[in-house]
Design a protein around this ligand. Structure first.
Ligand code: GLN
Length: 225
């Protein structure tokens, strides 16, 4: 199993190290074609406007939509969450809309640009203590009905999941605590079984269609296939 880290801008190297601590091979993804080699993807923190510009330039938008449609998991932290959200405000900007939440950028104000907090997440049904580092963090202002809140800070959601999409407003890669990355690795491991079965099913379907076409052609020509 291999997990990609979008390496266009931001702190992608620390995510690769965090995956390494979970015993998972990480791959830097700089071009859309490289998505074919990974079972899941982390979109790191950084500057969402810059990331967006680079994503558009390199043709990542349709590639990520396809990646998501295939059921392969995506984890967005901070700017990564901003790119995955359904709505973005302050100011409004394009987003992929792969998770039904609304976010406000840089929402803690100048005085609290970065801070650390301890909190509790509910991972696999278990309360898990986690360390949270917030850096010019967004706030999740709206959570859709199909979205599960996995961690909160001061009664506001800071980590959430909808199907194969996981998001956090904080930076789990900046602590030594592997809990959040381990949770994402487990998501990818589980999804991989279904994604592989679907790909094999599609391949055998294609083989079947080809065999049927050959059979039909040979029937028509009266010669054996
Ligand atoms: N403030 C940044 C943005 O709006 C996100 C900051 C981060 O990723 N740490 O894109």
């Amino acid at each position: 199993m291999k997990i990609g880290v979008l390496a266009l801008q931001g702190d992608f190297e620390l995510h690769a190290k965090a995956l390494g601590r979970c015993g998972i091979q990480a791959g830097e993804v700089r071009k859309p074609e490289q998505l074919a080699d990974v079972d899941g993807l982390i979109i790191p923190g950084g500057e969402s406007t810059t990331l967006l510009k680079l994503m558009h330039e390199w043709g990542f938008v349709p590639a990520l939509e396809k990646f998501h449609a295939q059921g392969r998991p995506i984890f967005g932290t901070c700017a990564g969450l901003i790119l995955l959200a359904r709505e973005v405000e302050s100011p409004a900007q394009f987003s992929l809309g792969l998770i039904d939440v609304g976010v406000e950028r840089n929402a803690y104000g100048r005085q609290r640009e970065s801070f650390e907090a301890r909190g509790s997440a509910t991972l696999e049904g278990r309360a898990t203590p986690i360390e949270m580092v917030f850096i010019r963090a967004p706030r999740i202002r709206r959570v859709g009905a199909g979205v599960e809140t996995l961690a909160a800070y001061r009664d506001e959601p800071v980590m959430a999941r909808q199907g194969s999409v996981l998001v956090a407003t904080f930076h789990p890669e900046l602590t030594d605590d592997p809990a959040v990355h381990e949770y994402f690795c487990a998501m990818v491991r589980k999804a991989r079984v279904g994604v592989r079965a679907a790909a094999e099913g599609e391949a055998s379907l294609r083989k079947g269609v080809r065999a049927a076409a050959d059979g039909e052609a040979s029937l028509r020509s009266g010669r054996p296939a």
